[in-house]
Design a protein around this ligand. Structure first.
Ligand code: PLP
Length: 353
């Protein structure tokens, strides 16, 4: 990224040499991303983030592709949930699929919902849940969408850069990705649009991104996105095995050292290896757990929003396990973590709970 922050300042829309230089950098980045996702470069659009990619796909499905009903789930990221709620107005409706007890999407319910809607549906379901880690079977959902002529969008923000995705084989129309989830720069995203669907831009203005996304390109973000994805995929097998071993180790240590710990979602099954959502019995001490972890320099999130002093479980935890007697902490792992750090966290936790 550095050359584009320090010396290569050309605007890629300019036809003179400085512009051509940065234009080349964007197109090279596009080819890299396309190669790594097994897509066509014409199917890759650079955006400002995963949220913009989600907004673009959902808006286009409703506006350009004739989708009259949106099927989603209550555990999507707000970048999908709030967008679905926004576009479901007038003659556009939405519904949520049922979830199984372990938080997975009930595919039978998805099929019966698809079958019961005479008009075209958009199915928007995330590949991996960012709080509980549950993984969706993209092939199964894509197959159902194909059968019922539905449009399929998947928020793959948690999985691009962490799993090999072969977009020539996965029956999906749109996927969203975000650079900072695989050590790329924040404020960089990608929307994959399968070349069988034709949509209009979400941001209107200039002709950038082949008339699909107006606005001068974030060159360093785009170059950084592609480079980070290249590095992530080059080490994907080794890194994922290592990170999974950290997650497994942490589960074991928590079980061995902390009474009544429980794990949310399908933590030992079809689950993202980078996150672990753990719940502890609610006590005066456990209610302060996030605060106390932070004081101890341990960065974990609650998946919870604190409003007017009253702590409320996140919408994901509420949807799968609405137990007010539990407090939930989401731990996440990367290749930069190690087992000594986990030992420290578990030791501190035992003292804090
Ligand atoms: N979708 C999921 C599953 C996420 O985890 C996130 C970010 O945490 C987003 C969407 C939003 O991505 P961005 O912050 O790049 O807009």
């Amino acid at each position: 990224m550095l050359p584009y922050l320090t010396t290569h300042f050309g605007n890629p829309s300019s036809i003179y040499s400085f512009g051509r230089e940065t234009r080349l950098a964007i197109e090279t980045a596009r080819k890299t991303v396309a190669r790594l996702l097994n897509a066509h470069p014409g199917e890759i659009f650079f955006t400002s983030c995963g949220t913009e990619s989600n907004n673009t796909a959902i808006a286009a499905a409703v506006r350009d592709l004739g989708c009259k009903h949106i099927i989603s789930s209550p555990i999507e990221h707000h970048a999908v949930l709030h967008t679905v709620e926004h576009y479901a107005c007038g003659d556009i409706t939405y519904s949520f699929v049922k979830l199984l007890r372990n938080g997975h999407v009930d595919l039978n319910d998805l099929e019966s919902q698809l079958a019961s809607h005479p008009q075209r549906c958009l199915v928007t379901l995330m590949h991996a849940n960012n709080e509980i880690g549950n993984l969706l079977d993209l092939h199964a959902v894509g197959g159902l969408c194909k059968k019922y002529n539905a449009i399929f969008h998947s928020d793959c923000v948690q999985t691009v850069g962490h799993y090999p995705l072969d977009l020539k084989k996965i029956p999906v129309h749109f996927i969203s990705a975000s650079g900072h989830k695989f050590h790329g720069p924040k404020g960089s995203g990608v929307l994959y649009v399968n070349d069988t669907v034709k949509i209009h831009p979400f941001l209107l203005g200039g002709g950038q991104e082949r008339n699909m996304r107006a606005g001068t390109e974030n060159i360093y973000g785009i170059v950084g996105f592609a480079k980070a994805l290249e590095i992530a995929m080059a080490h994907q097998q080794k890194d994922s095995t290592y990170i999974q071993s950290l997650k497994t180790y942490m589960m074991q240590q928590l079980r061995d050292n902390i009474k009544c710990v429980s794990f949310n979602g399908d933590a030992e099954g079809e689950s993202l290896y980078t996150v672990l959502s753990a719940s502890f019995p609610r006590t005066e001490k456990s209610e302060m757990i996030l605060f106390n972890l932070d004081i101890n320099h341990i960065c974990a999130s609650g998946g919870s929003a604190c409003t007017s002093g009253a702590e409320q479980a996140s919408h994901v935890i509420r949807a799968i396990n609405n137990n007010p007697n539990l407090v939930t902490v989401r731990f996440s792992f990367s290749k930069y973590n190690n087992t000594e750090e986990i030992d420290t966290v578990v030791e501190k936790l035992s003292g804090l709970l």
